[in-house]
Design a protein around this ligand. Structure first.
Ligand SMILES: Cc1ncc(COP(=O)(O)O)c(C=O)c1O
Length: 423
């Protein structure tokens, strides 16, 4: 066996081979630079804002879409436009980026968490119903890592208890459930377009619905609570509380340009994922992601499971993962950790800091949920035993994926040495 790079051997993946996301081309540059000469730098009725809304609604398959300035803004608009407010409860996943839950708190409502189905890492529908009570107004599933939540099972519970479904599709642009795109699966769909996302604008967000009342409410929330019409004099009258969730035209133009290549980019991610999963199935110590029949994920992140028991190692999956991370990092293969604990285990919930003075939990209307009494063992186990493989997207190539597999094979065949080298 040749030496590992960590002990002085040459790297498997040459330096500078892994390209950053998102891939940029001349069309992106022209689109953004064109804004300078367009005469429109901002506004929800600016040409690129309107064009993006139309194209995104069409792409997702909803009647309406709105541009926003982040995924967090979209989620907050989703919660507020659905009529959720102080004292209401929203059930969401314990495994997400915490902005999902923050958006619920932003409207003085109380997040209630459920554990995940570890196979799909999305909320387990079997655990939802026991958390429904008279305060519950909505379920907020998260399509995490580009995987789609089991939406039929979730919608069945929602219908039974008269709840709305708000999708956090921030990591799932173009993923489908039984052929229907995320964002069109529930009552409201929320997307992030920050730098890392499958549809990137550097920053930005998108928002979808079929509901005329929700979209009218969301549009007011996006701009100060006012109705800002495309033409005619501005009324300067706030119909209620609102925020400033308007994106810049640079961002709208950039996202529009990237949208042209979303399906192509997703198809490359799917090709890479299919190859990696097939190869990892024959490499002891590792496993690629499971894909349920209902889903065509878009692989925002390519998730790897660490299985030391397959190698006869007396290590926990987390210890095996850390050893592999260290040795493969030196080979130029980045294995990243996403999240370190379930969202309800973060200090903001443990200490219930919220707005201060106990709000929203002990404010009038609130319910004094004690998150310290709850555990999410499957989320914890998932976080400990999984990580994501960097660079599984274009413009990276199949050649890079093959080198990744060389790396996994080498650490699998020399597992004892890997543990020793990692210290
Ligand atoms: C699942 C999830 N929800 C919400 C967000 C928030 O999106 P943004 O960073 O655009 O506010 C993100 C992105 O980081 C996310 O991954």
């Amino acid at each position: 066996m040749s030496q590992f790079a960590i002990e002085g051997g040459s790297r498997i993946v040459p330096e500078d081979m892994v390209q950053a996301w998102p891939p940029l081309n001349q069309a992106d540059r022209d689109a953004v630079l064109g804004i300078f000469d367009s005469g429109h730098l901002h506004g929800t009725s600016a040409p690129k804002a309107l064009e993006l809304q139309e194209k995104w609604a069409d792409y997702v398959g909803t009647k309406y879409a709105l541009v926003t300035n982040s995924g967090t803004a979209s989620l907050h608009m989703g919660v507020a436009a659905a009529g959720i407010g102080p004292g209401d409860e929203v059930i969401t996943s314990a495994f997400t980026y915490w902005s999902t839950a923050a958006a619920i708190l932003h409207h003085n409502a109380v997040p209630i968490f459920v554990d995940i189905d570890p196979k799909t890492y999305t909320m387990d529908p079997a655990l939802i119903e026991e958390r429904v009570n008279e305060h519950t107004k909505a379920i907020l599933p998260v399509h995490i890592h580009g995987m789609v939540a089991d939406i039929d099972a979730i919608k069945e519970i929602a219908a039974k208890h008269d709840l709305l479904v708000i999708e956090d599709a921030c990591q799932a642009h173009g993923a489908t459930y039984k052929g229907v795109k995320t964002g069109a699966l529930g009552d409201i769909g929320c997307f992030s377009c920050n730098r890392s996302k499958n549809l990137s604008g550097g920053e930005g967000g998108l928002w979808n619905t079929d509901n005329e009342e929700f979209v009218a409410r969301a549009a007011k929330l996006r701009e100060f609570g006012e109705v800002v019409a495309a033409t005619g004099p501005r009324e300067y009258n706030a119909y209620g509380l609102g925020w400033m969730y308007r994106p810049h035209e640079f961002i709208n133009a950039f996202i529009l340009s990237q949208l042209e290549r979303l399906d192509y980019n997703n198809s490359k991610r799917r090709d890479f994922a299919a190859y990696l999963t097939k190869e990892l199935a024959d490499i002891p110590g590792f496993e690629g992601p499971y894909t349920p029949d209902y889903a065509d994920p878009c692989y925002f992140s390519y998730v790897v499971t660490f299985k030391p028991e397959e190698l006869g190692l007396d290590l926990t999956p987390e210890q095996w993962k850390k050893a592999v991370q260290k040795v493969l990092a030196a080979e130029g293969i980045a294995i990243g950790q996403w999240q370190t604990r379930p969202v309800p285990s973060q200090d903001v919930f443990m200490d219930r800091v919220g707005y201060g003075k106990g709000c929203p939990w002990t404010c009038p209307h609130g319910r004094n949920v004690d998150y310290t009494e709850e555990t999410y063992p499957l989320t914890e186990e998932f976080i400990a035993s999984h990580a994501y493989l960097g660079g599984v997207y274009p413009p990276n190539t199949m050649e890079l994926m093959e080198l990744y597999i060389d790396g996994f094979r080498k650490v699998s065949e020399n597992a004892e040495k890997v543990v020793e080298l990692a210290g």
